[in-house]
Each structure stands twice: as C-alpha cells, then as structure tokens.
Ligand binder design. Structure first.
Ligand SMILES: *Cc1c(COP(=O)(O)O)cnc(C)c1O
Length: 394
C-alpha cells in the first residue's frame, strides 16, 4: 500500500497547501528513533527540557500544554477549560476556520456572537471594542479570534484586538487560534495579553499532524476554577501537574515529541525574527507574481496580508478546482482548495514552514504553467516578477 503521494512524475511532490506543510529531513530523522518508556527516567528529562524550550516559540513565560490531537482538539480545550454552559463569547467571522470554531462553541452550549466580515480582511478591532462597550454587565466571557485565517489568507492584528479589549475596560478572556501562524508570523502570547493560545503541529511548526497546544495565562488558569463545561481528556490540571516533572497524564505522542524537539531547535537556530522575515519576503514575492498574472488576491486589506499563505481568486467563469487538478496531474504539486463559500473560487498557495527561495520559485513556476495549461487568462512573467523582487531589484 503506497502511503506516499503516488505520481508517475519523477521528483519530490510539492506539498504547497497551507498545512500540513513539508516536514524537514532533520525532523523526520528525529522521529525515526525508538519509542521510549514514557514513564521512565529518560522521558522525564526529555519532556522537561522540551516543555521549557517550547515556550520560546509562543513568547511566553507560562505553561504550554501539549495534546495528542489535531488543532481542533486544542480549540475545544481552550473553551472547556475556561467557560461555562450559556456563557456569551464574542467571535469574529474571518472565514471558514473561524466559522468552524463558532459552530463548536454552539455545540458546547456556549452563546457565540459572531462579528461578520466579507472574508477579505482580518478581525475588526473597532467592532470588538464597540460590542464590549455595549456589554456593561460583562456578560461576555471571552473574545475568540483566529490570528491567521487559513481559508482567506488574512491575518488579524492581535495587538489591536488586545487594545480594543483594554480600551473598553472589559474583563473578557482573549483566546487566539494561531494554528497557521505560530512559527511563521510574529506572535507574542505574553506581550499581547493573550489568555489561551491555540496551536497545531502541522503548519509553521513543520511537523506531521497530530499534536496541538494551549499556551495558558494565569488569568485563564484562574478561570478554570469557575468554568463548568464538562472536561476530562482536555483538562489542563492533570496535564500541568504531570508536566512539572516532564511527564504526561496519559501516553504522549512520543515520536512526534522528538520531532517537535528538533523543530523548535531549528526555529531557534534560525532565529524567530529571521523566520518571520523570511515568510514576509516570500509572501510579498508571491503577491507580486499574482498581481503580474493579473489575478486578484483574496485579502483586500494590505495591513492584513498573510505571510504564511496567499489565497488567489480566479476570474469569473474559471474553476479553481480544475486549475488545481491540472497542476497536480501535470506537475505533481498540491495547492490548497477554496473552503466553504470560497470553494472553486480561490486556490491557496502555502508558503510557510520549511520553505526556501527555490521552493517558492518552483511553486510559482508550477502555478504559472498550470494557468497556461488550464486556459486561465493571465499575463506570463509572474515568476520573473517574484525573482526580481527576491534579487532586490524590483
Ligand atoms: C488547520 C487549521 C485549523 C484546524 O486544525 P486541525 O489540525 O485540522 O484540527 C484550525 N484553525 C486554523 C486557523 C487552521 O489553519
């Protein structure tokens, strides 16, 4: 049974969806070690140093909880540890992922209020401030924002959301989904006063799917004392207790943790600021290619451009799914599909994670050839525009 991407085309598959991303060989090698006794002495030492250095990536001094789950699990953990049935939560409809989180909140018997957008920009901080000012009785218990909306390629300004909450003088918790931004786009859990940061392994952290995270503030920990939503598997307390000595209350995903250890080292060796600058630069090069082709970028607000992916709109009457199918079949590259109401309207170029200048040029080359092969009207030369920008003479 072939568990890898099977294609008659030689060369490595280009996995340019905005997560899961390409896993660096160093991370693969780290996972290729014998699984150890997760209650033995070696594990405690390994776990303790990993939990400590993981904080650097979130820019927090506080604890980071690791779950053997996809990002969706960490969404649920953030809600059930801090909230009670019937609690009002303010959420921002930035796109498909924000909508899924809102639907989860409803299923958990919370009462989400959804601030709409047109799916072409990030969260509206003034609208958040207005809603909180109106809530004089402080019935709203949490504000939930997706930092990087992976369905649209729009990044919300979390520091502005923080200022909006403070300006309204409102005590709501701030819960932020960084599943497709952590390790790719500047993010500061402590400095921005975030109470729970939700993250996942398979995007900027360059790991396979299977781990997710909650970075937890003191205020969030305090909220657990009164939070009444049922929780067991997701409960932070047994986790934090066991983590004190480097262990976990149930079997951790040991080999993924080896990979995480290597990935955090890689990010810190490159330097987080350099990692962010690299993503900014490749995102700008991508946008230059898209504009040159004469195609439209889904994000309409330059202040909200995402550095981890770009969603590209197709002209009326052209199918983004047909384009992606041609690119997969002829050039062995996977691009992200349009989600929800953007299905068939956009395709998404993931330029995050283990991604260098030639990964970018190869990716854009595949898109440009695909546009030609699929008969999508465009002006050739977008790859040239990206190369000129990377060489500093754009
Ligand atoms: C990928 C993603 C999710 C979903 O994570 P899973 O790992 O698929 O559960 C949620 N939010 C955002 C912003 C994402 O990019």
């Amino acid at each position: 049974m072939a568990y890898y991407q099977s294609s008659p085309i030689a060369g490595r598959h280009f996995l340019q969806i905005p997560g899961p991303t390409n896993v660096p060989d160093r991370v693969l090698r780290a996972m290729d070690n014998p699984t150890m006794d997760h209650r033995g002495p070696d594990f405690g030492r390994f776990g303790a140093q990993l939990l400590e250095k993981l904080r650097t990536v979130f820019k927090t001094e506080g604890p980071v909880v690791i779950y053997p789950a996809s990002g969706t699990g960490a969404w649920e953990a953030a809600l059930v540890n801090t909230l009670s049935p019937g609690d009002r939560v303010l959420m921002c409809e930035t796109g498909w992922f924000a909508t899924l989180w809102q639907e989860m909140a409803e299923r958990l018997q919370l009462r989400p209020e959804f601030i709409p957008t047109d799916w072409r920009r990030g969260a509206d901080a003034p609208a958040i401030e207005a809603a909180l000012r109106e809530d004089r009785s402080h019935g709203i218990k949490a504000v939930c924002v997706v930092h990087n909306e992976t369905s649209t390629g729009c990044t919300s300004r979390i520091e502005e959301v923080r200022r909006a909450i403070d300006a309204a003088g409102h005590p709501a918790l701030l819960l932020v989904d960084t599943i497709s931004s952590l390790g790719s786009i500047d993010y500061r859990h402590d400095e921005w006063g975030v109470d729970v940061t939700v993250a996942g392994s398979q995007k900027g952290l360059m790991l396979p799917p299977g781990l997710s995270f909650n970075a937890v503030s003191e205020k969030a920990l305090k909220a657990t004392e009164t939070a009444k939503l049922p929780r067991s598997f997701w409960d932070w307390h047994p986790m934090l207790k066991a983590n004190e000595t480097g262990y976990f209350p149930y079997t951790p995903a040991t080999n993924l943790l080896y990979g995480l250890d290597a990935a955090v080292d890689m990010l810190n060796e490159e330097g987080l600021d350099n990692v962010f600058a690299r993503h900014d630069r490749f995102a700008e090069a991508t946008r230059r290619a898209v504009r040159h082709w004469g195609l439209e970028i889904q994000c309409e607000e330059p202040r909200h451009y995402s550095s981890s992916l770009t969603a590209v709109r197709l002209p009326e009457g052209h199918s983004a799914n047909a384009l992606r199918a041609v690119i997969l079949e002829r050039f062995n590259m996977s691009l992200g599909n349009g989600l929800g109401r953007l299905n068939d309207r956009v395709f998404r170029i993931g330029h995050l994670g283990d991604f260098g200048p030639l990964s970018l040029i190869g990716t854009l080359g595949g898109v440009e050839m695909g546009l030609g092969a699929a008969g999508v009207p465009h002006k050739p030369g977008g790859v040239q525009a990206a190369m000129a920008y990377l060489n500093g003479n754009a």
